[in-house]
Design a protein around this ligand. Structure first.
Ligand SMILES: NC(=O)C1=CN([C@@H]2O[C@H](COP(=O)(O)OP(=O)(O)OC[C@H]3O[C@@H](n4cnc5c(N)ncnc54)[C@H](O)[C@@H]3O)[C@@H](O)[C@H]2O)C=CC1
Ligand SMILES: O=C(O)[C@@H]1CCC=N1
Length: 267
């Protein structure tokens, strides 16, 4: 199997690093290209034993899956670059937020099968939650194969194309929203009289441990929280303070704004 990545930035690298760690593929079957920063591609070649090229004929010949992994606003330049060189066996996998299958078809001037996926950067540790939707021409055998690829760096869920806006907000951008919350928690914690380095390390381990608890426990999140909350205790005092703020409304606004932006990009 040959897989090509057009774009080797934050999200593409999380995917190919996750793919390589999973051992589903030989790293030699993965080809990278980008706009111009060859040094970065050389680094990946040395570090991961991956190949790279700027020759689109070489890249697209015999390529089974071609990841479109530029920023949405760079897709026009990418489409111009490859549209005359597309081969019949190329299956396109777009990770670009907001750009529809129809837009991709039109810009690439192709009837080849196209899938859109919405992964997140947790792919790098094989924990992406990835939404996927397919064009009609994507056959069952290739769908199965692509699910295997996606499952090698996390879990995948098929959704209707118009639901990808929600997936983009909730789990695509989701890590950034959670990181932002953690940043605020660390900032607040450093005001409590402990050394900043200690707080950074302690909170990082707190987050990692809490994630492992979620993974290991069959209890609902609410129950896990209640198990920590003694009657009249410290957790209750902290939670009572937190509940004075409209936390759910804040996240509703956050997700609605991200969904709105995804729809704007699609227009
Ligand atoms: N970063 C994230 O957490 C997520 C990003 N995405 C999507 O992934 C896409 C890429 O995002 P990032 O990796 O964060 O961006 P990035 O800026 O880190 O990487 C973009 C890559 O595209 C390359 N590129 C630009 N024009 C090109 C061209 N004409 N030909 C070949 N390569 C070209 C750049 O050289 C760079 O390697 C975006 O469309 C975004 O919507 C989706 C899910 C999560
Ligand atoms: O911010 C963005 O547009 C991309 C899509 C999901 C995560 N990052």
């Amino acid at each position: 199997m040959k897989i090509v990545f057009y774009g080797a930035g934050n999200m593409a690298s999380a995917i190919f690093e996750g793919l390589i760690s999973s051992s589903l593929l030989n790293s030699h079957d993965i080809y990278l290209t980008n706009r111009s920063s060859e040094n970065q591609l050389q680094d990946y070649q040395e570090k991961l034993n991956i190949r790279y090229s700027y020759d689109d004929i070489e890249l697209l010949t015999d390529a089974d899956y071609v990841f479109l992994a530029t920023k949405p606003y760079d897709f026009d330049s990418l489409a111009e670059r490859i549209k005359d060189k597309i081969q019949p066996g190329n299956h396109f996998i777009s990770i670009m937020a907001g750009i529809s299958i129809n837009q991709i078809k039109t810009k690439l001037q192709t009837q080849n099968p196209i899938a859109r996926i919405m992964p997140n950067t947790n792919a790098q540790v094989q924990q992406s939650v990835t939404g996927i939707t397919f064009s009609e021409s994507f056959d069952a055998g290739h769908k199965d194969e692509l699910f295997k690829i996606l499952n090698s760096f996390g879990t995948a869920l098929e959704v209707e194309e118009d639901k990808l806006h929600q997936v983009t907000a909730i789990t695509g951008s989701g890590p950034a929203f959670l990181y932002y919350m953690y940043e605020q928690y660390i900032k607040a914690a450093t005001k409590m009289g402990l050394d900043k380095d200690h707080v950074d390390a302690a909170v990082r381990n707190l987050i990692i441990g809490t994630g492992h608890m979620l993974e290991a426990s069959e209890l609902e999140i609410e129950q896990l929280r209640e198990n920590i909350t003694s009657k009249g205790g410290t957790t209750k005092a902290g939670l009572d303070a937190l509940k004075k703020y409209p936390v759910e409304d804040i996240f509703t606004d956050c997700l609605e704004q991200a969904i709105k932006r995804s729809k704007e990009l699609a227009d």
